[in-house]
Write a protein of this length. Structure first.
Length: 274
């Protein structure tokens, strides 16, 4: 499949325009401010390298979502920059694109492609990838770009995602539980979610700041007592302290006492920045 490098063509177009118009602007910053407008003009200008079509309308001629997703694979395989117009056209096809995008995401041969497929499914608003996203998170050794996108998609599904996630919580790894709770803390009012989060806060000493923020989002005042108790821990670092205080205040509590953190690396780095 012969692929057109749209970015390269725009680069040449922009270079020519800059060479022609450089003298009209005081400096390069002023000139670069014109690039977004220039890009819009380029999108709507017929091009001989597209047989007279404009870059903005080129992909509109494609109506087969499977063909467009195959093209997406080819761009990636040949290390050619994927055109935004190709991605936009796939999203425009909506439900027709869900099946081929799901097939691409399931392959998981290339993380960047999987992330792209999931992001396109998010833009389409599909709930089809629920099980796939659960698998992605459950199988990951640590949170990464792929698990972040999977988590965003699960969050977008709303409360529909709660039961499938909770069904996997007990058997999940520590990393997977953390990613699942990142989703679940967006849905307050469920005792199971609160119990998982408060337990993780008590157990995971190296992630106190994160789980304190989750408790703050859940909005359950029962967490205040546990959070207050953590403020007295001897191994508490400054980052943990700040997040715990923030969570207590988010839940309607108040912290009046202060602690000394001189020598703490987080505290010292922030003090130097100020």
């Amino acid at each position: 499949m012969k692929l057109i490098d749209f970015d390269a063509h725009f680069g040449k177009y922009a270079e020519g325009w800059i060479a022609e118009n450089r003298s009209k602007y005081k400096n390069m910053d002023e000139l670069e401010e014109q690039i977004p407008e220039l890009y819009l003009k380029w999108l709507n200008t017929s091009a001989d390298w597209l047989d007279g079509k404009t870059p903005g309308e080129y992909f509109a001629a494609y109506t087969d979502a499977h063909e467009l997703v195959d093209m997406l694979r080819a761009y990636n395989a040949q290390n050619v920059s994927i055109p935004d117009q190709l991605l936009e056209r796939i999203v425009e096809l909506g439900d027709q694109a869900v099946e081929p995008l799901m097939a691409l995401a399931r392959e998981q041969k290339n993380r960047a492609l999987t992330v792209t497929a999931l992001n396109l499914l998010i833009e389409i608003g599909s709930n089809a990838p629920l099980e796939l996203c659960l698998d992605v998170i459950e199988q990951a050794d640590a949170q990464n770009e792929l698990t972040d996108v999977a988590g965003e998609l699960l969050t977008n599904l709303g409360r529909e995602a709660i039961e499938p996630i909770i069904a996997r919580m007990d058997g999940a790894s520590k990393a997977a539980q953390e990613a699942f709770l990142d989703v679940l803390c967006n849905f307050p009012g469920d005792d199971r979610i609160y119990n998982y989060t408060i337990d993780a806060f008590k157990r995971c000493f190296d992630r106190r700041a994160l789980y304190a923020s989750y408790l703050g989002k859940l909005g359950d005042e029962r967490a205040i007592e546990t959070l207050r108790g953590a403020l007295e821990l001897s191994d508490l670092n400054y980052l943990d302290y700040i997040e715990i205080v923030n969570a207590i205040e988010a839940l309607g509590g108040e912290v009046t006492e202060t602690r000394e953190f001189s020598g703490d690396p987080y505290y010292e780095s922030l003090r130097k920045m100020q």
